[in-house]
Design a protein around this ligand. Structure first.
Ligand code: SF4
Length: 218
């Protein structure tokens, strides 16, 4: 059983998979505590906030309610949408063993991506595309794990100030091609954007733009 906050179809707006029609599965719970997190409603896994699957699927706001779902139930839910790419996000989805879910989705010809902070071991099918967004020195006090960075297919790093880039440079990213290291300006601020463009140019990285926000979709 996995705790699901919401399921919705949109395009993937960030990094390598930008523009890909996707079904997003948002899992509940995250202990990382990023101050600028835009999904704080996913942080707590409060038993009192558990709802029926139908109620979770019907909600239209950023509520902290969640529903427990089996993997075959999740597959059937995904199959009700048209997109063939599934993004497992959170919250922190790596809190959970995602091997059964990713294996089932891939067996049904879906491409699968996970977005994780890198603070937990990543348990997914080997063909899963892993996007690590390393959350360094956050209030939750969790280190970014070398094994998570070693599993990353791409790294997407939120940047608001020069120290954020310095922290990224302190990580061993040797297995990730430079062209798959993305700097993403926090909140699209002009200052952060200019910094990302400058540092991506300097290091041979790329700038990830949250294109879904510019398009006005989720
Ligand atoms: S890891 Fe993600 S969900 Fe968790 S606090 Fe940070 S931004 Fe929010």
């Amino acid at each position: 059983m996995l705790p699901i906050n919401e399921v919705f179809e949109t395009i993937q707006g960030e990094a390598c998979m930008t523009g890909t029609p996707s079904v997003f599965l948002r899992l509940q719970a995250c202990p990382v505590g990023c101050p600028w997190c835009d999904t704080k409603h996913t942080w707590a896994l409060d038993p009192a906030r558990q709802v029926a699957v139908a109620d979770m699927l019907a909600k239209t706001d950023d509520a902290d309610t969640w529903a427990a779902m089996e993997v075959d139930e999740l597959l059937a839910t995904v199959q009700a949408f048209r997109a063939r790419h599934v993004v497992i996000t959170g919250g922190e989805p790596a809190l959970y063993d995602l091997v059964p879910l990713t294996t089932l989705l891939i067996a049904h010809s879906y491409s699968v991506q996970i977005e994780t902070s890198g603070t937990h071991p990543i348990r997914v099918h080997p063909d899963t595309w892993v996007t690590v967004s390393p959350k360094l020195d956050m209030p939750g006090g969790l280190p970014v794990l070398p094994e998570a960075l070693a599993r990353a297919n791409e790294v997407k790093h939120p940047v608001g100030k020069p120290a954020d880039v310095e922290r990224l440079l302190g990580l061993d990213l040797g297995r990730v091609p430079r062209s798959l290291i993305w700097l993403q300006p926090i909140s699209q601020s002009p200052k952060a954007t200019a910094l990302c463009v400058d540092e991506a140019t300097r290091h041979g990285w790329r700038v990830s733009i949250q294109t879904h926000k510019f398009l006005g979709v989720r």
